[in-house]
Design a binder for this molecule. Sequence first.
Ligand SMILES: [Zn+2]
Length: 367
Amino acid sequence: MEKAYKFRIYPNPFQKELMAKTSGCTRFVYNQILALRMDEYKTKSKSFSGYDCIKMLPDLKKQYPWLTEVDSTALQSAVQNVDTAYKNFFRDRKKFSFPKFKSKRKAKKSFKSKMNISVKEDLVKLPKLGWIKAKMTKGIQGRILSATVSLAGSGKYYVSLCCTDVDIGQLESTGAAIGIDLGIKDFATTSGGVKYANPKWLNKSEKKLIRCQRRVSRKTKDSRNREKARLKLARQHEKVSNQRKDFLHKLSNFLVRNYDVICIEDLDIKGMLKNYHLSKAIANCSFGEFVRQLSYKAEWYGKQLIKVGRFFACSQKCCVCGFRNLAVKDLKIREWTCPNCGRHHDRDINAAKNILNEGLRLLSSAA
Ligand SMILES: [Zn+2]
């Protein structure tokens, strides 16, 4: 099994500079390769393979000698990222958009090294960077495959070590199945009738995040006050993201421990990213992270995560008789009684039950 361990690192000034350089170089390589691929298609209607692109690296290094100053496996990862972005797009155009050039200002600052990585006590060794001070919270198991260094907007540095051959342990089979409806008011509602609200402290932090965001946009561009506000926003962003992950880990752990089959709505990620309303965007962040956690935990423990199409999650459908009550379209209606079978429904619990029913139907038709 593979597992990632993420922790904070404390690079010295030399290491900080080289990390910034490496991240810049990987962005440069990404953009160069993307441009070459687009050009090849435009002029010859042909596509380069991922392997073709890896072979272009030595030429790029000759052309731009400063690329040799940084870890070459990080540059290779950048080339592979272009390939992955292409593959994702051609596999599922609904979910993924065509790869875009990474802008210096907006792109996340990070890179992924793949060789000569080791750890001892409170130190991590990375290619060209040497030993870096680290705060390791958990012991690392297995063999290290790669290390992703990220330079957060708050000025903090993190490394995520991806390890293989990790002994995860096993969970007992329970024979139980559950459907989950995700929402803004209550984060998750289960087919068993349990509602998991966002914790109050998370709501509070998220509200503060929105305030920080507003403050940044009110300041004059390129001013020192804007930079101060931006740093504050980045710190709050990180805090919220950690708090959110904590809450979601607890919930996803509980679910994989207690259920063999977990049914959930298939969220339309591309559509979600287009939503500019801030509080909605924040909720979408949680949904995406939750589904991500459930997916890998289900895989770890041999449980089944079944994604159900949006249509079946329909809150207008009575989960008992299947009658479609169009009057429920109004989001303000939280409870309703089915005109056909007379059953009284809570909007979200009914939706969760529909998700479970459809998930179990998919499961039995696949068997
Ligand atoms: Zn009914």
